[in-house]
Design a protein around this ligand. Structure first.
Ligand code: PLP
Length: 393
């Protein structure tokens, strides 16, 4: 029986249509987009088409898109680039539940004097506008709040938070790596100045990201060289990756509305079945204000057995995860996101994340539910005894 992949928050399979769009640029169309001859112009044209496709996904102008090598690099460029352009260490306001790409960048900037304020979140993972308002009373250079959380799927009220930030004349960045292509995003409606995206979260290739930079926003580069990407990201462009990102953005944009409804129905079905048939299960994150295909939950009294449960599911052909893919590097540690949401260390070790994507079907959801319910009905520690323990957080 074929495997069931339910870990789309970690990464997504490449859409075959994206692969088709990329193929010429992995073969005959190998030109350097900076070259003036025919081969170079073909590559340049493909990059500019992709730039327009990525821009259209978020309601931006094509010349506001800077291609980077990842979502992580886009986050680094946003924060380090903004602080360097301001010319003093300044003050960043962010949240305690950001991805490591933001938290570690803040840690780096703090080591050279930048003040960092971490906004708290409530039990569902939401940032309160009042805590942002209080933080804005001191001199702030940039606010960075993620659009959708990678561990619990909660969506932040970005429009409201960015609007408050703009009233104070402060830059607003959002890490939209998890949200891009899954929920509607319009940079003008949201009032954001900087927004990070990553292609591999929307059925595009790995190793290509983008930063939206609103016209007029000053950023300094963090990589130096030949001056590509308007001097903001030197290096010969990853043409095939950029073309793949463009194709993935165009497909996501065209299918977003229908796909969001379909995935939210799957998510609700899982939530309802679990609440009825696994009474000791409980949901993490906001019940409704969350990514359409994202469902994370715990099993009361079985928090320490999550690694075994995931191992059993994996052996039976189902890929789900415990928190973020990065958390697998910190096996056994409680999730910092759940701790920030007020869960105790025991519960914060017990998260199971199911994240659905484009090629998942109702039949897969049903197979997964039957398996999960049957496994949780017996001792999955015993069931896992023949299975090597997976690294999980
Ligand atoms: N930001 C968030 C919210 C993420 O979930 C991730 C990846 O999981 C990143 C940033 C990093 O993106 P990339 O894998 O493209 O470096």
């Amino acid at each position: 029986m074929s495997r069931i992949y339910f870990d789309h928050s970690a990464t997504t399979p490449l859409d075959p249509r994206v692969l088709d769009a990329m193929a010429p640029f992995l073969g005959g169309a190998f030109g350097n987009p900076s070259s003036l001859h025919h081969e170079g112009r073909v590559a340049r044209e493909a990059i500019e088409t992709a730039r327009a496709q990525v821009a259209a996904l978020i309601g931006a102008e094509p010349d506001e898109i800077v291609f980077t090598a990842s979502g992580t690099e886009a986050d680094n460029l946003a924060l380090i680039g903004a602080v360097r352009a301001i010319g003093k260490p300044g003050h960043i306001v962010t949240t305690s539940i950001e991805h490591a790409a933001i938290l570690e960048t803040c840690r780096f900037l703090a080591s050279s004097g930048t003040k960092i304020t971490y906004l708290p979140v409530d039990h569902e993972g939401l940032v309160g506008p009042n805590s942002l308002l209080r933080a804005l009373q001191s001199n702030v250079s940039i606010v960075s709040v993620m659009a959708a959380n990678n561990v619990v799927g909660t969506l932040q009220p970005i429009e409201e938070l960015a609007h408050l930030t703009k009233l104070h004349g402060v830059l607003f960045h959002t890490d939209a790596v998890q949200a891009g292509g899954k929920i509607p995003l319009d940079v003008n409606q949201l009032h954001v100045d900087l927004l990070s995206l990553s292609a591999h979260k929307l059925h595009g290739p790995k190793g290509i990201g983008a930063l939206y930079v609103r016209k007029g926003v000053q950023l300094s580069p963090i990589i130096f060289g030949g001056g590509q990407e308007r001097g903001l990201r030197s290096a010969t462009e990853n043409v095939a990756g950029i073309v793949g990102f463009g194709a993935a953005a165009a497909i996501s944009r065209a299918e977003l509305e229908e796909e969001a409804i379909r995935l939210a129905q799957f998510r609700e079905h899982i939530a309802n079945e679990l609440s009825q048939r696994v009474p000791h299960s409980y949901v993490f994150g906001h019940r409704t204000h969350r990514l359409p295909g994202h469902f994370s939950f715990g099993l009361r009294g079985h928090e320490r057995e999550v690694g075994n449960l995931l191992a059993v599911l994996d052996r039976e052909g189902v890929a789900v995860s415990a928190g973020s893919a990065c958390s697998a590097n910190h096996a056994g540690q409680p999730s910092n996101v759940l701790l920030a949401m007020g869960y105790d260390a025991e519960q914060a070790r017990g998260l199971i994340r199911v994240s659905l994507g484009r090629f998942n079907t109702q039949e897969e959801v049903d197979r997964f539910l039957e398996l999960l319910i049957s496994v949780t009905g017996r001792s999955f520690t015993a069931a896992a005894s023949q299975t090597p323990q997976l690294a999980t957080a």
